[in-house]
Design a protein around this ligand. Structure first.
Ligand SMILES: Nc1nc2c(ncn2[C@@H]2O[C@H](COP(=O)(O)OP(=O)(O)OP(=O)(O)O)[C@@H](O)[C@H]2O)c(=O)[nH]1
Ligand SMILES: [Mg+2]
Length: 418
């Protein structure tokens, strides 16, 4: 991975410079507008500094080739030869990095999330952070580079030491060890042995973002009604999430939407959704069994999108899971989308079991709720890797409609490294 900075008067020009030098596959990692400081600041113009990166492997290929995920075998992390001084030096850098990240998180937007004052845009832009990785480590990394080529063994031990620290960092954020091995193995196989720490971090960050993929959100099908089912265990936040999404569709996007609930299991469940439906002015239909969906569709087929609430179901109750299957099958596959709602606070083992059971019900996309209630989000990564499902939304609080956003995979990757 090569990380370079490009300065120009405008953001557009700086990105152009980056693309010219690094090629079309270059990834913009940070954009910083700098206002001149000091006595002669009036004589200097503000400028924009873009930090861009390109995978070295990609650079050696023709520049038009798309970035592909390397299917490189992933050996477990090799034990690091004891190079105590180097390890502690790198450890210090990572600690500095951690301090920097924590300061940024506390200072700025995460605080806003906790205060409940911002929604989608409140997720910290990890590109800002990765820029700071480079800034804070640049000088050290340069000094390191001049020493690094003394001999091959030393280079390898340095790389191993860096990788092991990143390895520990991912583990401490509860990324499953097998996925940590996968990531670090792929990076070790693709990065130069004498790569500097900021480059290694950048490469891991980029790898995480690629593996997390782009969020896949609810989409209307032109001329047809899309039925969007929300499934999941009890109390994870299905109904609240539906209310948040319904509000956004109705108020921000001015879409013609309907609500349907099949959750007649709890007496208060229908009333909960009806309250939101009344506030938002969205019609609500209720069905008591899968067979009633066909009848309800006669009326609901005039809406663009129908959000369907279901009763929380234990993955251990086969009968309930079968009932869910029947409910979903009442709508043809091409007219439906299924979202499995999981709480980020659920234990990894339970999440794995739930995700597997619901696979039998339908192909689903994932929504993670209650990310505000946990300090470690490794499970989001783990379940994505385990299921191969796409991530869609994350929710981070009880406030309807604010506490939801499309999953920001850059923010997640950054948090996994912080
Ligand atoms: N902290 C936090 N609480 C949430 C979030 N989403 C939902 N909740 C809360 O979780 C509780 C359960 O939410 P519901 O929407 O009723 O959950 P459900 O999955 O529909 O529950 P059942 O219908 O009983 O299966 C409520 O107190 C919500 O306010 C979130 O992102 N963060
Ligand atoms: Mg509910």
């Amino acid at each position: 991975m090569i990380i370079k900075k490009f300065k120009a008067e405008t953001e557009k020009d700086a990105i152009l410079l980056a693309k010219e030098e690094l090629g079309g596959d270059a990834v913009v990692m940070n954009i910083k507008t700098t206002t001149p400081k000091g006595f002669f600041r009036f004589l200097r113009k503000p400028y924009v500094e873009v930090t861009a990166a390109i995978d070295e492997n990609i650079e050696s290929k023709p520049k038009t080739e798309p970035v592909t995920e390397g299917a490189v075998p992933k050996p477990a992390l090799k034990p690091v030869p004891p190079v105590a001084n180097e390890v502690s030096a790198i450890e210090k850098k990572l600690n500095d990095l951690q301090g920097l990240l924590e300061k940024q998180l506390n200072d700025s937007k995460i605080k806003e999330i906790r205060d409940g004052s911002k929604a989608a845009e409140a997720v910290v832009k990890p590109s800002e952070i990765i820029g700071d990785f480079s800034d804070s480590l640049e000088a050290d990394a340069h000094a390191e580079a001049t020493q690094a080529d003394k001999n091959q063994d030393k280079k390898e031990s340095k790389l191993n030491a860096c990788m092991q620290l990143i390895y520990k960092q991912l583990l401490s954020n509860e990324v499953d060890e097998k996925y940590v091995n996968e990531i670090t193995g792929e990076i070790e196989n693709s990065i130069k042995k004498d790569a500097q720490l900021d480059r290694i971090l950048g490469a891991v960050y980029q790898k995480l973002v690629l593996k997390l993929g782009q969020p896949s959100l609810i989409e209307a099908a032109p001329g047809k009604t899309k039925y969007v089912f929300f499934l999941g265990p009890t109390g994870v936040g299905k109904t609240t999430t539906i209310a948040k999404i319904a509000s956004s569709f109705k108020i921000k996007e001015k879409r013609n939407i309907g609500l349907l609930t099949a959750d007649t299991y709890r007496i208060a469940a229908v009333e909960q959704l009806r309250t939101y439906a009344n506030i938002l002015g969205i019609p609500l239909s209720v069905v008591y069994s899968a067979s009633e969906i066909q009848e309800a569709r006669k009326d609901l087929d005039r809406y663009e999108i129908v959000l369907v609430d279901t009763a929380g179901r234990s993955d251990k109750n086969i009968e309930q899971i079968d009932e869910l299957k029947r409910l979903i099958s009442a709508v043809p596959e091409e007219d439906r989308e299924v979202y499995l709602v999981l709480s980020a606070t659920t234990k990894y083992g339970d999440l794995m079991r739930i995700a597997e059971t619901y696979k039998e019900v339908a192909d689903y996309k994932l929504i993670f709720t209650k990310v505000d209630e946990t300090g470690t989000i490794g499970n989001i990564y783990n379940i994505l890797m385990q299921t191969g499902a796409s991530l869609s939304y994350v929710t981070f609080g009880q406030n309807v409609p604010d506490d939801i956003s499309a999953a920001d995979t850059q923010a997640i990757a950054k948090q996994l490294l912080s």
